[in-house]
Ligand binder design. Structure first.
Ligand SMILES: *[C@@H]1O[C@H](CO)[C@@H](O)[C@H](O)[C@H]1NC(C)=O
Ligand SMILES: *[C@@H]1O[C@H](CO)[C@@H](O)[C@H](O)[C@H]1NC(C)=O
Ligand SMILES: *[C@@H]1O[C@H](CO)[C@@H](O)[C@H](O)[C@H]1NC(C)=O
Ligand SMILES: *[C@@H]1O[C@H](CO)[C@@H](O)[C@H](O)[C@H]1NC(C)=O
Ligand SMILES: *[C@@H]1O[C@H](CO)[C@@H](O)[C@H](O)[C@H]1NC(C)=O
Length: 364
């Protein structure tokens, strides 16, 4: 009995040792596979050929305005003339089909063709459909984009550069996503952007509508999301800002953004902590607050509801919430004018929004 007991104990020990060694061996290749993901940032750097492509594009957009330095002045001059023809460049940065295209189509049909241009950037790997109508053939040469990565900054800069090169009359540059809707008519939007004069702004007639916040609890984590203090010396923590990525920039600021090399050197670095990075919410507000704070309103025209946000996503409105009262509420703002756009709306809100397009959304 003792013998057989010992025997079975020995075989158990052998078995468990075998299991241990076997599982160790088995996990080695697994470890090999996972190690790069655990030990290094999951985001790769932006590929060099993409960076060089972009740089050439941005340089062209800046150069075309350097060669005719009167460009900006003459645009101002034209504005003062009896036939103002300055345009708004609507820049759609999307990674799904533009499911609110019919609503936007109605928005644009309210504005005459010579008051706006449309540009669409869509990750080429996603096979986004051309919505047709006013959007037909408005896709610009685009590259891969990824959430919470500097690729979203690159995409926005690509839109700015393409719009500047395309039409020298583009004066305001509005960034829009597929989950954004208009909440005022085109006529109202145009009027607000071009007729906002504020005597307390002094010599500055036109400012960029971009949110610039400095006193947010998230800021320190966001600052160090690429590694502790890697933003130094270009961006001291005291200069680091946050704001909605949905801005309306003046041409002056669009060019300023395209000229920047200094801050981009840091903001293009891959995020190590992806869940607290969101470079596109920091690059533009930080750069503009460092370079020309007075030229910015400090607030965004795009309303968003951060109550009960999930995983970095704001509240998404669904059909049961959609009503005229919601539109009126979303227009309200704490600043000198109404919001012009709102997000996020789920695609199945489209028919309800279309039903109240003429009676509510575009009635102002
Ligand atoms: C656009 O909307 C405004 C305000 O609702 C209206 O006065 C104007 O006639 C419309 N223009 C066009 C071209 O539909
Ligand atoms: C920042 O916010 C905190 C609390 O929200 C407040 O006590 C503090 O005065 C604010 N600081 C500035 C500079 O606004
Ligand atoms: C914001 O979203 C919350 C739900 O997350 C909702 O209760 C609230 O009514 C929304 N606010 C507005 C102004 O729509
Ligand atoms: C306006 O500011 C108040 C106080 O900070 C805030 O509770 C409210 O949500 C703000 N309203 C809008 C429309 O942003
Ligand atoms: C004018 O600008 C000041 C300072 O930015 C602001 O407080 C005020 O609300 C603005 N007024 C209008 C009518 O835009």
């Amino acid at each position: 009995m003792p013998h057989s007991h010992l025997h079975s104990l020995g075989s158990q020990m052998f078995q468990s040792r075998f299991v241990l060694i076997f599982s160790l061996l088995l996990s080695l290749p697994l470890l090999f596979l996972l190690a790069p993901r655990i030990l290094t940032p999951r985001q790769g750097p932006i590929p060099l050929p993409d960076e060089l492509d972009d740089l050439a594009l941005f340089n062209r957009a800046v150069a075309i305005n350097l060669r005719s330095p009167s460009n900006l002045k003459s645009t101002f001059f034209r504005l003062g003339s009896t036939n103002p023809k300055l345009k708004i460049a609507f820049m759609f940065l999307i990674n799904t089909d533009l499911y609110f295209a019919p609503l936007w189509e109605r928005f644009f049909n309210n504005g005459s063709k010579d008051l706006y241009n449309i540009y669409i950037h869509a990750d080429p790997s996603l096979n986004v459909n051309d919505p047709g109508g006013v959007f037909k053939d408005r896709f610009i040469p685009s590259k891969h984009t990824e959430r919470s990565s500097p690729t979203l900054i690159s995409a926005a800069r690509r839109l700015l550069a393409t719009a500047i090169l395309d039409d020298s009359l583009n004066f305001y540059f509005a960034l829009i996503s597929q989950s954004c809707i208009p909440i005022h008519s085109f006529a109202y939007v145009y009027q607000l952007l071009f007729n906002t004069r504020n005597s307390s702004w002094g010599a500055i007639k036109y400012r960029s509508f971009i949110e610039i916040l400095s006193n947010e609890s998230i800021l320190y984590d966001r600052y160090n999301a690429r590694g502790k203090n890697v933003m130094m010396p270009e961006v001291p923590f005291s200069e680091f800002r946050v704001g909605s990525q949905f801005f309306v920039l003046t041409k002056k600021h669009a060019l300023l953004v395209l000229k920047d090399r200094k801050l981009w050197r840091k903001f293009r670095l891959p995020c190590i902590r992806v869940q607290s990075c969101y470079p596109e919410e920091h690059y533009f507000p930080t750069l503009l607050s460092m370079e020309d704070l007075k030229g910015c309103t400090g607030f965004t025209l795009t309303r968003v509801n951060w109550t009960d946000s999930v995983n970095g996503h704001p509240h998404t409105y669904r059909p049961p919430e959609v009503s005229p009262q919601l539109i009126y509420k979303l227009r309200q703002s704490n600043f000198s004018n109404d919001h012009l756009f709102a997000r996020k709306f789920s695609p199945d809100c489209l028919s309800l929004l279309m039903d109240m397009a003429d009676g509510v959304i575009f009635k102002d």
